[in-house]
Design a protein around this ligand. Structure first.
Ligand code: ZN
Length: 433
């Protein structure tokens, strides 16, 4: 399966299309070789450090599960004809299915068959991570054609002592305070959820590796839930340094953007996302935190309470293609991912640059003219200096307001306040708090 190349793609869009096409066929799960292969391919855009955590490791209330791999899985009818085959589509096997081999009537098989009557041509994505179960997923149209059987069934999979794999990129900054970007890497052949999240995150890491950074930037590529919990359990000290964060998922479809606020609701990242989306002219909605969804649940758990929001287009469960074989390469567009990448970059670089200042001249306004910061002739229009921005920064340089806060109060673009703060700092009138 390939990405529709109906438009002329930019170099970046081509890179994203190529990545999605290579990642799509891989059978991923919360552990196993598919995750390692995925990280290896993503590493070709920017190197990822891979960590393996042994099966059985306790991580808060959870335990790292046995590692899973599937070699083959099929259902054959009485004539020996293969009617469902894992090799044709990896969604055909219940994710984390236990191995099975035997002959079953349709009646015996039915509790192990999953289909979607409301989408008769789509194969559903079903998982059974933490219960021993076996099963197949197939289109409802196919299920309806099955006779009473018997059927020969084989799932040659292993659930064995091994490890959970996650990937990490750390880009050191001027300070140890961190910006966290997290995305999940455990879904098999599903494109929007979440190959597009991975494609965005790895390209953002590559971009950020080439520019000056104030914060230390950390990118996490983890299996959903158990992966972020494992990272948090093994990195509690580092997690405490996260000042701003985003979970990225589902950015390749055409629907409007959704920003889900952190638990705080008014964290810098929440306000930066609201501002960037408002200025973007894109259709979008802002929603409050709720304890369901993706890994924002773990980062926002009360014991961590990290200011981590979630950036996506269509939300989980809200589109018919979600968690079905219809979430495929036809459903996503590289241009949608690129637009999301640009917006996420704008949001995260805003919080990266955001600063709090203290005035060194807090009693009365400074005499700007004396410092060469005021227009030469009072009353003239079209002045060279941005006096309004200078006055806002001086007034808000109280150790409490960040540049983003000032931008909100002043109704001015944050870039103007940044430029003003830079000049005031250069003239010794303010200093970083
Ligand atoms: Zn999902």
């Amino acid at each position: 399966m390939t990405i529709a190349k109906d438009d002329r793609l930019s170099t970046l869009e081509q890179s994203i299309a190529g990545l999605l096409e290579r990642l799509y066929p891989i059978c991923r799960s919360i552990t196993g070789p598919g995750v390692r292969e995925t990280l290896r391919i993503l590493s070709q855009v920017h190197p990822i450090a891979v960590t393996e955590v042994a099966t059985g490791t306790r991580v808060f209330d959870w335990t790292v599960p046995r590692e899973r791999s599937v070699r083959e899985a099929w259902i054959k009818d009485a004539t020996g004809r293969t009617i469902v085959d894992f090799k044709a589509h990896n969604l055909h096997v219940l994710n984390y299915s236990a191995p099975i081999e035997g002959r079953f009537s349709l009646e015996e098989l039915r509790p192990h068959l999953y289909s979607l009557p409301q989408m008769p041509d789509a194969i559903p994505y079903r998982t059974s991570y933490y219960n021993d179960n076996w099963g197949f997923c197939l289109t409802d149209r196919q299920l309806q054609t099955l006779d009473e059987g018997p059927y020969d069934v084989r799932i040659d999979s292993s659930l064995a002592q091994g490890s959970l794999t996650y990937g990490e990129i750390v880009l050191p900054g001027e300070v140890e305070d961190e910006i966290l970007i997290s995305t999940h890497i455990c879904h098999p052949s599903l494109a929007n959820d979440n190959l597009t999240g991975m494609a965005l995150a790895i390209h953002l890491a590559d971009r950020m590796s080439k520019v000056r950074r104030r914060h230390t930037w950390r990118f996490l590529f983890t299996p959903v839930t158990i992966g972020s919990i494992t990272w948090l359990a093994l990195n509690e000290g580092r997690a405490r340094r996260v000042r701003h964060g985003l979970v990225i998922t589902g950015v390749g479809d055409k629907s409007p953007f959704i920003y889900k606020r952190s638990r705080h609701g008014t964290a810098s990242i929440d306000r930066a996302a609201a501002r960037v989306l408002a200025q973007s002219g894109e259709a979008h909605s802002l929603i409050d935190f709720y304890p369901y969804g993706y890994d924002e649940r773990q980062f926002n758990s009360p014991g961590f309470d990290l200011p981590v929001g979630r950036f996506s287009r269509a939300s989980h469960g809200d589109y018919p293609e979600y968690h079905t074989s219809a979430d495929n390469l036809d459903f996503v567009r590289p241009a949608s991912v690129v637009r999301a990448l640009d917006l996420v970059e704008a949001i995260t670089t805003t919080v990266d640059r955001d600063r709090v200042y203290v005035s060194r001249n807090p009693k009365g306004e400074p005499q700007l003219g004396k410092h060469g910061l005021y227009r030469k002739v009072a009353g003239q229009t079209g002045q060279q200096t941005d006096e309004l921005a200078l006055l806002w920064v001086m007034n808000c340089a109280d150790g409490k307001h960040s540049l983003a806060d000032m931008a909100e109060k002043a109704g001015l673009p944050v870039e103007r306040l940044e430029a003003a703060a830079g000049r005031l700092e250069a003239h010794g009138l303010i200093e970083p708090a």
